[in-house]
Design a protein around this ligand. Structure first.
Ligand SMILES: [Zn+2]
Length: 241
């Protein structure tokens, strides 16, 4: 997005921590037994991953669908993605799921974890990460974006959330998912959060629905252009649950 960033951690260190955090999460939360749900998420993830440009992109993206009723998802440095089964009820279409996964992948692509851990208020985390052994410190897990599960909320800043929204919007459009579905997704999320009284990562400090949709609307002409180009190139994903 043309912004300057303070990145103190070597990519390798952070990727390694991402892998370890993912392994720990997999030990703590059961994976879904539903093959249909796995195939569905695979379809959306692969469609998005094909459109990710190199640079800071992980060489491979991997995902797990976890058996958890909260509508949440995360992506860790190194390209490890987690999707809660509850998200599949709130994201009503493949394009809405692509909006969430595009947002989470954008946090990785824009190196938000590194930037967050490098920021002064969490500078200790850089040391913790350098020292991390087998059982990961909850602060590290939170720094990587898994705080909600481990009881320590360290949300992304609003600036990071807005940036992830816009990068994610472009990404879903380039993959051939209708970017207008992103607005519907955030509306569903807001509705669900107000009913359930709980907030996933992307709503914790997230811009209000109003700000968020205004930002998305401003970017929409560009995203629609990318979408129509993608469809013309044959990017016509068809993912069904
Ligand atoms: Zn986010």
């Amino acid at each position: 997005m043309g912004r300057r960033q303070l990145l103190l951690l070597p990519d390798d260190d952070l990727d390694r921590q991402g892998l370890e955090a993912y392994a720990q999460y997999k030990r703590d939360v059961p994976a879904t037994p539903s093959e249909g749900d796995r195939d569905y998420v695979a379809c959306v993830t692969q469609s998005l991953a094909e459109e990710v440009e190199s640079g800071h992109a992980p060489a491979t993206w991997e995902f797990t669908v976890f058996e958890d009723p909260t509508p949440n998802a995360f992506a860790l440095p190194g390209g490890k993605i987690g999707v809660h089964s509850g998200l599949l009820d709130v994201a009503e279409t493949d394009a809405q799921l692509a909006a969430v996964l595009g947002h989470e992948m954008a946090h990785v692509l824009a190196q938000h974890s590194n930037e967050r851990i490098s920021a002064s208020q969490v500078a200790d985390l850089a040391l913790l990460i350098a020292d991390a052994t087998t059982d990961m410190d909850p602060q590290i897990l939170a720094g990587l974006g898994l705080g909600a599960h481990y009881g320590l909320i360290l949300p992304y800043s609003r600036a990071h959330e807005s940036e992830a929204d816009l990068i994610g919007l472009d990404l879903m459009a380039r993959a051939g998912f209708d970017p207008r579905e992103a607005v519907l997704l955030w509306r569903n999320m807001e509705k669900n959060a107000s009913e359930e009284g709980a907030g996933p990562e992307f709503l914790s400090t997230h811009p209000t629905y109003r700000t968020r949709t205004q930002d998305l609307d401003r970017r929409m002409p560009r995203a629609l252009h990318l979408y129509h180009e993608a469809r013309a190139r044959g990017r016509t994903p068809w993912c069904r649950r």
